[in-house]
Design a protein around this ligand. Structure first.
Ligand code: GTB
Length: 219
């Protein structure tokens, strides 16, 4: 029996205007990397908060992932599920696999939080009396992480040998900066560009952009 085609959810109207910054992008990219066809159900902000969607996602967010009777939420868990089920996103060797998984957690637990904190402040807190005082603190936290990541990556193409789900998540996390802070770290800018140049990334990006433009991918 063939596996059911999974369905993911994404914003019907993404506030990123097709820049691929919402977290469905990492799931789309993973699906494209492993060659798994998928369907997308677009949801409005109102729909995300309705019981039907909350049954899939307790926090009323995207992305979700449905495959037969399996329903998942959390982009990292979905990417991990795909990496476990298909070849291509995690090495077979147990130790190499564990190292790659460490990078998945590092992307989501160590690097993403300060990047999101800064992004949220810039987007939503500009009118607060404490904004000017707080922003440099948030920026410094991001710079520290970028410096550490840059030192570890060095001249390597990927974080732990071959491209893995750890790189996929890290690149999507770093893209959230929209280039901010990366001038000081050309190896990180090149790392992001390497991820974005992958054919699977390009296909995923075109698919999510098509939602925004209303035109078919490449059209
Ligand atoms: N930890 C969860 C995961 O990794 O899946 C976080 C999921 C999440 O934050 N989902 C967001 C969401 O549904 C979309 S990605 N938000 C609606 C809500 O909470 O009501 C976050 C996002 C949104 C917009 C941009 N943007 O416009 O650039 C970038 C990222």
């Amino acid at each position: 029996m063939t596996d059911p085609v999974p369905t993911i959810t994404a914003f019907a109207r993404s506030p990123d205007r097709g820049r691929g910054l919402a977290r469905d992008m990492r799931v789309r990219w993973a699906l494209e990397e492993v060659g798994q066809p998928y369907d997308v159900r677009l949801v409005s902000f109102q729909e995300m908060k309705q019981p039907a969607h909350r049954a899939l996602h307790p926090f009323g967010q995207i992305p979700t992932y449905e495959e037969g009777d399996l329903a998942l939420f959390e982009s990292g868990a979905i990417v991990f599920h795909l990496a476990e089920r298909h070849a291509g996103l995690l090495p077979d060797d147990p130790k190499a696999r564990a190292r790659a998984i460490s990078w998945m957690f590092a992307a989501l637990n160590t690097v993403e939080p300060p990047i999101v904190e800064r992004g949220m402040a810039v987007l939503f807190e500009k009118d607060k009396s404490w904004y000017a005082e707080r922003l440099p603190l948030l920026e410094e936290r991001v710079r520290v992480r970028l410096g550490e990541l840059s030192s570890r990556l060095g001249e390597a193409d990927w974080l732990a040998g071959a491209f893995s789900a750890g790189d996929l998540l890290m690149v999507t996390v770093l893209r959230r900066l929209n280039g901010w802070g990366l001038d000081a770290y050309p190896n990180l800018a090149a790392y992001i560009a390497r991820g974005e140049a992958r054919p699977a990334y390009q296909r995923a990006f075109a698919e999510q952009l098509a939602v925004f433009t209303g035109k078919p991918p490449g059209g």
